[in-house]
Design a protein around this ligand. Structure first.
Ligand SMILES: CC(C)(COP(=O)(O)OP(=O)(O)OC[C@H]1O[C@@H](n2cnc3c(N)ncnc32)[C@H](O)[C@@H]1OP(=O)(O)O)[C@@H](O)C(=O)NCCC(=O)NCCS
Length: 153
């Protein structure tokens, strides 16, 4: 699906693709390497796990064909690895990825979606209706909180 976002100074055309690790591994891993490993300092060994091959992935690609952002939906109802490259932030890509992920879980008949949010991103997920619960905890050196979104039928 093609999206157009932004105002006068930040307009971005991008498409969202629902894909898998086998097909788009190179683009997905390039985004996550840049954001989680290089920008946030997540250890390489924690970033890559054995859930990627069985997950469903979302990939945002610019009109020019460049990778922009991604997210990962796991078969147990967890959403994660939400990342938008720094130069494309604030253009609505994250929100489009989140809405698309919620729609995917709804279509799969999940009753709820769970995620582990970095503290700075709790507000981002709250805008889509997620609620934080439980204590703050450390994951890969970054404070996190669990969040859940109940899906109505
Ligand atoms: C969090 C992230 C995915 C948001 O992507 P984005 O494309 O910049 O987000 P959008 O432009 O779609 O913003 C959507 C809305 O959320 C808000 N928002 C964006 N990032 C936010 C944040 N960190 N905290 C609170 N609100 C945020 C925006 O202000 C916007 O609100 P508005 O529509 O009222 O203006 C992006 O900042 C990112 O990749 N961060 C680094 C990786 C990361 O921390 N991922 C989350 C792991 S849990």
């Amino acid at each position: 699906m093609m999206h157009a976002t932004g105002g006068t100074d930040k307009t971005l055309l991008f498409s969202l693709i629902t894909t898998d690790w086998q097909i788009h591994r190179e683009m997905l891993s390039a985004i996550r390497r840049k954001v989680f490993i290089e920008e946030q300092g997540v250890p390489e060994a924690l970033e890559w796990d054995d859930e990627d091959p069985t997950a469903t992935h979302l990939l945002a690609i610019s009109l020019a064909g460049d990778p922009v952002g991604c997210a990962r939906m796991l078969p147990d109802g967890r959403l994660g690895r939400m990342a938008v490259l720094p130069q494309y932030r604030g253009c609505g890509v994250g929100q489009a990825l989140l809405e698309s992920a919620i729609e995917w879980f709804r279509e799969q008949c999940f009753e709820s979606i769970r995620l582990s949010a970095q503290i700075h991103a709790v507000g981002f997920y709250e805008q889509a209706g997620f609620m934080a619960f439980g204590a703050v905890y450390d994951d890969a050196g970054i404070p996190h909180r669990d969040m859940v979104l109940k899906l109505s039928r």
